[in-house]
Write a protein that binds this ligand. Structure first.
Ligand SMILES: [Zn+2]
Length: 442
């Protein structure tokens, strides 16, 4: 029976709490209604039956609904190198371990299997969108799209050859093909991913500035990751950020990843140009790269998003954990216990990522009209009791095993803790095969 006043919907989620991130801070005993790909209502559960006739009603009596996490910097396929080389500084880790392993093993098949495994790990920990920078981005697009996860792929570019391309023209051609091939896909966005100031020369960077403006897409680059990087560039006459400014890269299109070394002038420069910063606290800690001054950046009005970086330097793709680390580290670095409070950490991990990727109109908060990219966290577990404030429990106490449901574009990807688009047994077999190959003596 459909009452005259009722409108049809696909899913109604009756949640104990909802943290929409935009609008009201916290809703209690509310329902979120999904029709097709969109959130069409947020209303008190007692009013649900007056307005909506949903095909499916899901009761989540001890859960918190949040916008799905946006992981603003990853190298998803690198999950297959998780634990391959630990406890090393960045350049040793890259030059002696990661780059040699990549030159021997990275292929389309490696990326396909790695990204599928990464997507399983991201879905089960509540991530609905990730920004990626890695070889063979076509395969990343394919694997993410098959898993149903939203992805923004920054097509890589380096001065040196790889299994994917011979030179910068070749890398750029790849990026343009990627953009052509995926431009109509509802889950995939494309941008340029010049690796770092020390691996990409001026000419390709200038070309990227022009092309990114033509295609209206973003540019992601590791910038000021370590003090050593900045010092070496200074010896050649210019800090990396100054060089990027000279080349026209600074602006809202640029996602500057890491930024552990930032002078006061550079904070102002980032704020004035609208350049976005992606903070990857666990990777920076693990490689002892330094500390991004998140609170200083935030107070200056710089937009900061949160990323895990690759699982080879983290070693997981867990945004819940990353959010907690970011909040705790910000307090330590600022010498201020009020720095990056729980609400701000949640915003950084959701809407902050959406803004960095230019997708805040569509995702990043639970708002009527936005796409239904949603994560449910079961706060009924022992380790998140008692509950004075669910957002505090989420940021400071909850673990990823408490993520129970995930939707992207209104489609369930995790239901009661079970993956719906990926087969864990198959993923485990594939990852074992790669471990045997990569772990074998070269
Ligand atoms: Zn990275």
């Amino acid at each position: 029976l459909i009452l005259m006043s009722q409108a049809p919907a696909d899913i109604a989620i009756n949640a104990r709490w909802i943290a929409p991130v935009e609008g009201p801070r916290l809703l209690e005993h509310h329902s979120l209604v999904i029709r097709g790909e969109q959130i069409v209502d947020l209303l008190p559960t007692t009013k649900l039956a007056d307005r909506w006739q949903a095909k499916q009603t899901l009761r989540l009596p001890q859960h918190l609904l949040i916008p799905g996490f946006v992981n603003a910097h990853a190298h998803a396929a690198m999950v297959l190198m998780r634990g391959l080389a630990d406890d090393l500084p960045l350049m040793d880790w890259l030059e002696k371990h990661i780059w040699p392993a990549e030159s021997r093993h990275v292929s389309e098949a490696f990326v396909q299997d790695g990204v599928s495994l990464a997507c399983a790990g991201m879905i089960t920990s509540g991530t609905t969108c990730f920004a990626d920078m890695y070889f063979f981005p076509h395969q990343t697009a394919k694997a993410a799209s098959q898993a149903g996860v939203r992805a923004c792929l920054f097509s890589p570019l380096l001065d040196f050859p790889s299994a994917m391309a011979q030179n910068s023209d070749d890398y750029i051609a790849h990026a343009l093909r990627l953009s052509d091939d995926w431009q109509h896909d509802p889950l995939i966005q494309v941008g340029f991913g010049p690796h770092a100031p020390y691996t990409v020369s001026d000419d390709p960077l200038k070309r990227i500035v022009t092309l990114a403006a033509e295609l209206d897409c973003g540019i992601m680059m590791h910038v000021h990751e370590t003090a050593d990087e900045v010092r070496k560039a200074e010896q050649q006459g210019e800090r990396p950020l100054a060089r990027l400014k000279r080349l026209g890269l600074l602006g809202p299109r640029l996602l500057a990843v890491h930024m552990t070394q930032v002078s006061d002038d550079e904070v102002r420069l980032l704020a004035d140009t609208g350049t976005r910063v992606v903070h990857c606290p666990e990777s920076n800690l693990k490689l002892a790269s330094g500390f991004c001054p998140v609170e200083r950046l935030r107070r200056a009005g710089v937009s900061v998003a949160l990323g895990t970086d690759g699982a080879a330097s983290n070693n997981d793709l867990d945004m819940l954990g990353e959010m907690r680390t970011a909040s705790l580290l910000a307090k330590g670095v600022a010498g201020d216990a009020c720095a990056l409070p729980a609400d701000a950490a949640l915003t950084m991990a959701t809407l902050g990522g959406a803004k960095a990727l230019g997708m805040e109109e569509f995702i990043g908060s639970l708002k009527v009209g936005k796409l239904a990219d949603i994560t449910a966290v079961d706060l009924g577990a022992i380790n998140t009791q008692p509950i004075y404030d669910p957002i505090s429990q989420l940021v400071y106490a909850a673990g990823r095993h408490q993520v129970s449901h995930v939707w992207v574009n209104g489609r369930p990807l995790l239901s009661g803790g079970r993956l719906t688009t990926l087969n864990p047994d198959d993923l485990l077999q594939r990852s074992q095969r790669w471990a045997t190959l990569l772990g074998a003596p070269s």
